[in-house]
Design a protein around this ligand. Structure first.
Ligand code: NAD
Length: 263
């Protein structure tokens, strides 16, 4: 299938590692140009070198940007538009909020989660919207979590904030459809990245078991009896933002190996 992504321009937030980085690589492989950002200079450099080893340098922009900093987000979007001359695809992303329960997390954790996972998406979409309106293949994807469907134990802030991002996604799909802008979300389940290592460590500490035992327990609970690979997320994300998915909008798509038990 031709995804028709040649020379389309994608902006991906927080994408020097993990799910975002895998998606950037997949988009580049399909001929798109990508702008990615991260907070850490060293990680940004490694990501830039990694991408430039395989894909044309004039298809890649890696910029320092904290997605919770509105000015830096504006500057990132402007830099992408200046380098590539257009913006067709925006993928919102950030690190996950801290693990914990209602009793272990204080009020400041909610404020941080709100800024990190909801307002970062609002800022990025705000900054990119004038450019997206000029595209004939505009698409926004929010990366959220399976926790938006049903609460995950010990991930209280995610369980509270992710549904707000789903509300943002669905509302935008209804408001922006008239401009031809599609807006969807992917709700990943357990997928092997640094985030899952952190979550398994926290869960093991809480349960008083080893990391390995905790990991085995999670895997046993999953219908496919394994965690996902970042490329498996990236394949779906790349299709969903591409013109090949031109009649899909307002969709909240689980990529969780069947973890969510509902219909
Ligand atoms: P990750 O932790 O491996 O990578 C997140 C990236 O975001 C890193 O590059 C990190 O440096 C960057 N980042 C964090 N805060 C930032 C900030 N303020 N500004 C700029 N960059 C920032 O996470 P991942 O596994 O790739 O997951 C991506 C998102 O999907 C996260 O929100 C995560 O919680 C969510 N998610 C992941 C899984 C999973 O199993 N991997 C499951 C459900 C939801």
């Amino acid at each position: 299938m031709n995804l028709h992504l040649q020379n389309k321009v994608a902006i991906l937030a927080a994408a020097t590692d993990g799910l975002g980085f895998a998606t950037a690589q997949q988009l580049l492989a399909e001929g798109a140009k990508v702008a990615i950002c991260g907070r850490d200079e060293q990680r940004n450099r490694v990501a830039a070198e990694h991408l430039a080893a395989t894909y044309p340098a004039d298809h890649i922009l890696v910029q320092a940007c904290d997605v919770t900093n509105r000015q830096q987000v504006d500057a990132f979007v402007q830099a992408a538009h200046t380098k590539f001359g257009q913006v067709d695809i925006v993928i919102t992303n950030a690190g996950g909020p801290p693990a914990g329960t209602f009793e272990t997390l204080d009020a400041s954790a909610y404020e941080k989660g709100f800024q990190l996972n909801l307002m970062s998406a609002v800022s990025l979409i705000h900054a990119a919207l004038p450019f997206l309106k000029q595209s004939d293949a505009a698409s926004i994807l929010t990366i959220t979590s399976r926790s938006a469907k049903s609460p995950i134990p010990n991930l209280f802030i995610s369980n509270v904030i992710r549904p707000a991002v789903i509300g943002l996604t669905k509302s935008l799909s209804q408001e922006l459809g008239e401009y031809g802008i599609r807006v969807n979300s992917i709700l990943p389940g357990w997928t092997k990245t640094e985030r899952t290592v952190y979550l398994l460590q926290k869960r093991a500490e809480k349960l008083g078991v080893s990391y390995e035992a905790c990991e085995a327990d999670v895997i046993k609970s999953l219908p496919l009896k394994r965690m996902g690979e970042p490329t498996e997320f990236a394949n779906v994300a790349t299709f969903l933002v591409s013109p090949a998915a031109s009649y899909m909008t307002g969709v909240m798509l689980l990529v969780d190996g069947g973890d969510y038990p509902g219909f």
